[in-house]
Structures are given as structure tokens and as C-alpha cells.
Write a protein that binds this ligand. Structure first.
Ligand code: AHR
Length: 623
């Protein structure tokens, strides 16, 4: 394929094209990027997932009883555990399928009620066999009979554990208590976090996202925002403040959420990676299709306006801005985009969608245009879902497709107009070609052929990045011990050495780390099997991104830039022979091979190279 790339013309691209999103699915928040090590730390429950003692067990003669005391720790955390017995007793937590123990500083705390004149021992030890203790600390008791007292401690193990099959324990001397028992709640333990934020995030997983060079974070989800039922959505105001004032919520992915990773923690994540925010606000729809009426939608609109005020309002003159300041963030955050709902075309259709079109979406648009006219609004369906999006509002398309269908969407964005631009707020190859698609299960892991399909799709989308706000893969994370959605960018477990960067992670990273400031017209060849886009990077460099699909043979490429270059670097990703090969956390084999080649132009100024079948490449010419 002989291609010529003009020095001028083309489209100005969205400066925010590459992004990430997060919702707590697959235990990707609790048990995932949220660094808390103690599972079921505050016995939070809901109608769907009643409060329980899972992950906890007693030590020695201890009997653990879940109680709703007349004096709870807080109205948000009404349940606690009573630990009763004789002699040295206590309670042990198994963590989120184990706890990684390293020679590093762990920061912990717990609340106790009951008169106790002694000390507590907080320790990390192996779960099995002789229960080798890796580290422990004595915590002097301040506990009294009628009130809850918080105890804080720092624990530095003197030895790292060989694996993550470890537990955390608190023991005490029951004979020095008044009642032969103590009540405990909100037992927490954090390893070092990203940027050392208290109540923060797991460094290796933040680093995995950072390496993608994202420009924005879409939060909070996904279906998590919507909730299963009309009363169980992600209420931002219940996710802020002291952990003892967060009730948690029934997650939509079959587990209770602590909401320890709440709105402020999301915003701190965005701060740490310098990301714009795409804020999802609840649009009055739950996953069961129930939705607010025209008479009640105002409540959801006000809730969203309050959330905006919390994030962006002045600390001295607004009610919610002052609350934010009281939580350690006097400076308002910036929110560039607000997305109204999540996939409002899907649940409860057609009635719920009619309500979205007729009064739910219009109510939000009116209120935001009045109060926050500069904020760009995104409707949660897209024109590609055959939905009508009002002019001036963007849509959001979530293609979860086969790789072939990803490739077929290469040109799709050409049909958009500047009146109905779109976000690709979630995307992934989820099903194999030739299968039964959504009538069958998702693939269990991103696979090379699927990731190359995504590459073609992304090249097509970046080619139209004057009309596509940006794209991100979803879901981002999966805990290897409990998940329902296998197709994720990164997989993880308590043992950080199991963190696995999928084939798609490699593809999205390669394509995203050199964003195009504008596209440049290419002439001389059609597309298929070579799919490509050319453009100018942020430093004025010439960039060519390409992928080969639908070919069993390599494709020879000759590239001539109108802007002369004396050198170029070609970064090439190739995969395994088997297109279904994937990066398996348990073999730790990375099937994606990245090579870099420096190229010099031929006498007539062309860069010549060959791209293998099922490959993804970026050529960059800076000089
Ligand atoms: O990414 C998983 C789910 O897919 C999201 O929660 C939802 O928005 C979509 O249907």
C-alpha cells in the first residue's frame, strides 16, 4: 500500500480523546483499586445483601455475634460484631481473598465499645499451618463501656509473606474486660497507597491506568450509578465524609459496596493523573426499568445540581462548596462534562426511554443550561442506539461487539454531524466472531484477535475525533477471585504479582500514548486489510497509526509525508499465532510482542516497512 500524507487539511481532534472509566464491578473497587485490605470491615448491609459476618472468624474461644446495638457506631453503620469468650480472644479477617504482606507500613484503625483495661494486638499472619506472624503491634486500650472509641495503629511487618494467603487479626484479653466481651466496628487496614493518600488507591493498578496516558475519567460507572431499584442508586452524598458516615449500597454486580471509594476519592484519582472528569449523574432510572415520574424528576435534577455545587462551588459562598472544603478540598474542582444517566435506552424500554426523551433528559438539560452553561452535556444513549439526541448534546455509545463488528464500525463516525457528536464511554470486543453474540457468554479474557479488532475501531474513531469526544475500554478491572465480566483491561488479586495487563491494555496503550492534535489527509490507498489514520501529534510530530485485520499475509507499506522527515520510529505490536491467545495471570506469559525500529526514508522520501497480519503499529516522525 503506497500512501501519501498531506502536511495540511484534516480535522482538529478532540484534545481529550483517550480516557478511562471506573465502576465497582468484578470487585474492582472493593477488593480492587480501593486499597482497603479488610473485607466486610463495617458489616454493611442492605435489603438485597443483608449485613453478615462473612470474611470474619473468631480466635481461640471467641464467639462472634452480629449485633444491632442501641448505641451503634453511627446511623450509617448500625451493625457491629460482639466478640465474647475467655482468656486471649479476638477476630480474624481473611481480606479480599487474602492479604499481601510486605515489609512496608500498614495503617490501621478500629472502633471498640466496652470497658477494657488492657491492650490489643493487631497482627498479620499466614492463614494456614503454623500461622507464622509477619508483624504485630500492641495498641493500648482507650475503650470504655458506653461509647465507641477509635484506635489507630501502624504495623510494619518484619518479614514479607511468600504468598497472599494471610489474615489480619485483633486479639485482646477477655479477662481484663468488664463484660467478657467487646464490640468492634469499622476495622480498617491500608497498605501504602498511590500518592500516599489516606483512604486511597492501590498503586500498581493506578500505575496501570496511568501508563495508558488517559486524559479523562468517567465516573462513577456504568450500571453502578443506576442501582438495581429506584431507591438503591449511587447517591453521591452518601459516599463522602468520614467512613463511619457512609452506609454503603447494594451494588448492581451482586455484592454490597462499602463506598469507601466515593466521590472525593474518584476526584483525587483524577487529580493525581491530571484527568478531566466526565461526571455521570443519576437520571432517575434504575436497572429494573423503574423511573421517576414527571412530578418527581425534579428531585434527581436537584441532586445532580447539588453534586455539581459540591464539586465546583465556591467554598465560602455555597453550601456544598463549604462541605467540600471541610473535607480538605477548599479549591473547587473542574467538571467539563456531565453525562445524564447511563444507557438510558436500555433498561425498561420503551417506556423508560420515552420518559427520558420526553421529560427526564429535558429537565436536566434545562437546569444545567441555566446554572452551568459552560458544562458540556452528554446524553447516555447515542444515535447509534437509534435514539434521538437533542442538538447540542452529545451521545454516548457503548459498543460491546465481536472483533469483526468492531472493524465494520471503522467508518461509522463519518455519519455524525457537529450537532450530535458522541462519546465512546465504554467499548470492548466481548464476543468471538461467528458465535451467538449476546445470546452467549462474554469471552473470559481479552484475546489478541479481539484486541486488534478494537485497534481498527479506535483508529476509525480517532480519524473522526472532531466528532468523537473520546473513547475508553470498559470495564477496566477484574478481581481474579470474583467476577462476572471477564473482558477487562487489567486483572488483579491480593497478590500484586498477579496483576495482568491484557492484550487490549497493550493495544490501547500503544494507540493512546501519542494522541493526535489533528488528522492529516491520506491519499493513494483504500482501507482493508490495512486500516489507518495519519495526523499531527501534540508537539507537531507526524504520526501514522495502523492495524492489519482480514489478512493472512503481511502488508507492505510505503509512506510519504509531504512534511519532510529524516527519521521515523515504528512501534509494532504483534500477537501469538493463535488469535485466541491471551495474557494469562497464572502463566504470566505476555503474548503481545512490542518491537521498535528506527527507519530512514528512501531516496524519494518514503518510509517503507511491512506490517504482519493481525498487528497494530504507530509510526512517529519527529525530525
Ligand atoms: O461495563 C459493564 C457494563 O456494561 C456497564 O456497567 C454498563 O454501562 C454496560 O452495559
Amino acid at each position: 500500500v503506497n500512501l501519501e500524507i498531506n502536511a495540511t487539511g484534516g480535522n482538529v481532534s478532540s484534545p481529550w480523546f483517550w480516557g478511562i472509566m471506573h465502576e465497582d464491578i468484578n470487585n474492582s473497587g472493593d477488593g480492587g483499586i480501593y486499597a482497603e485490605l479488610i473485607a466486610n470491615r463495617a458489616f454493611q448491609g442492605s435489603a438485597k445483601f443483608p449485613s453478615n459476618l462473612s470474611s470474619w472468624s473468631g480466635i481461640n474461644s471467641a464467639t462472634l455475634t452480629l449485633k444491632k446495638l442501641p448505641t451503634p457506631l453511627s446511623s450509617a453503620l448500625p451493625s457491629s460484631v460482639n466478640v465474647a469468650g475467655t482468656g486471649k480472644i479476638g477476630l480474624t479477617n481473611a481480606g479480599y481473598w487474602g492479604i499481601e504482606v510486605k515489609e512496608q507500613k500498614y495503617t490501621g484503625s478500629f472502633y471498640v465499645k466496652g470497658s477494657y483495661n488492657g491492650s490489643f494486638t493487631a497482627s498479620l499472619q499466614s492463614a494456614l499451618g503454623e500461622k507464622e506472624v509477619f508483624g504485630s503491634v500492641e495498641v493500648a486500650s482507650k475503650s470504655v463501656a458506653d461509647t465507641w472509641t477509635q484506635h489507630k495503629f501502624v504495623l510494619v511487618p518484619s518479614k514479607a509473606a511468600k504468598n497472599s494467603n494471610n489474615t489480619f487479626s485483633i486479639t485482646f484479653d477477655a479477662s481484663a474486660t468488664e463484660a467478657g466481651a467487646l464490640d468492634f466496628n469499622l476495622i480498617s487496614l491500608f497498605p501504602p497507597t498511590y500518592n500516599n493518600r489516606p483512604n486511597g488507591l492501590r498503586p500498581d493498578l493506578v500505575e496501570a491506568f496511568k501508563a495508558l496516558k488517559p486524559r479523562w475519567l468517567r465516573l462513577p460507572g456504568g450500571n453502578m450509578l443506576m442501582g438495581n431499584t429506584i431507591d438503591s442508586w449511587w447517591k453521591w452524598n452518601e459516599t463522602i465524609g468520614d467512613l463511619k458516615d457512609r452506609p454503603g449500597m447494594a451494588g448492581v454486580w451482586e455484592y454490597q459496596l462499602t463506598t469507601g471509594m466515593g466521590l472525593v476519592e474518584y476526584m483525587e484519582w483524577a487529580d493525581d493523573l491530571e484527568l478531566e472528569v466526565i461526571l455521570g449523574v443519576w437520571s432517575g432510572l434504575s436497572l429494573d426499568g423503574d423511573h421517576l415520574t414527571e412530578a418527581t424528576i425534579g428531585g434527581a435534577v436537584q441532586h445532580a445540581l447539588d453534586e455539581m455545587e459540591f464539586l465546583t462551588g465556591d467554598a465560602n459562598t455555597t453550601k456544598w462548596g463549604a462541605v467540600r472544603a471541610s473535607l480538605g478540598h477548599p479549591k473547587p474542582w473542574k467538571v467539563r462534562y456531565v453525562e445524564i444517566g447511563n444507557e438510558d435506552w436500555l433498561a425498561g424500554r420503551p417506556t423508560a426511554y420515552d420518559a427520558y426523551k420526553n421529560y427526564r433528559l429535558p429537565a436536566f438539560i434545562k437546569a444545567f443550561r441555566e446554572k452551568y452553561p459552560k458544562v458540556e452535556l452528554i446524553a447516555s444513549p447515542s444515535v447509534f442506539d437509534n435514539m434521538t439526541i437533542p442538538a447540542g448534546v452529545a451521545g454516548d455509545w457503548h459498543p460491546y461487539l465481536t472483533p469483526d463488528k468492531m472493524v465494520l464500525a471503522f467508518n461509522k463516525f463519518d455519519q455524525l454531524s457537529s450537532d450530535n457528536v458522541t462519546l465512546i464511554g465504554e467499548a470492548a470486543s466481548t464476543h468471538p466472531n461467528g458465535g451467538i453474540g449476546w445470546d452467549g457468554p462474554l469471552m473470559a479474557n481479552p484475546w489478541w484477535g479481539g484486541s486488534v479488532g478494537e485497534a481498527v475501531f479506535l483508529i476509525g474513531a480517532e480519524r473522526a475525533a472532531d466528532k468523537v469526544i473520546g473513547a475508553c475500554y470498559a470495564p477496566g478491572l477484574r478481581n481474579l477471585n470474583r467476577w462476572q465480566w471477564g473482558m477487562t483491561l487489567v486483572q488483579h488479586a491480593a497478590d500484586t504479582s498477579l496483576t495482568t495487563l491484557s492484550t487490549s491494555w497493550h493495544v490501547w496503550k500503544l494507540l493512546g500514548r501519542d494522541p493526535l492534535k489533528k488528522t492529516l489527509p491520506v491519499s493513494g490507498g483504500g482501507i482493508n486489510p490495512l486500516y489507518y489514520v495519519a495526523g499531527e501529534g501534540e508537539k507537531g510530530e507526524s504520526i501514522f497509526k495502523a492495524s492489519v485485520y482480514n489478512s493472512t499475509a503481511p502488508v507492505p507499506v510505503s509512506l510519504k509525508f509531504e512534511k519532510k522527515h529524516s527519521q521515523a520510529t515504528l512501534t509494532l505490536l504483534t500477537g501469538p499465532e493463535d488469535p485466541y491467545g491471551f495474557n494469562d495471570p497464572f502463566t504470566r506469559v505476555n503474548v503481545v510482542k512490542e518491537t521498535k525500529t528506527d527507519l530512514k526514508p528512501t531516496a524519494d522520501g518514503a518510509f517503507e516497512f511491512s506490517l504482519p497480519a493481525l498487528s497494530v503499529a504507530v509510526l512517529k516522525a519527529e525530525k
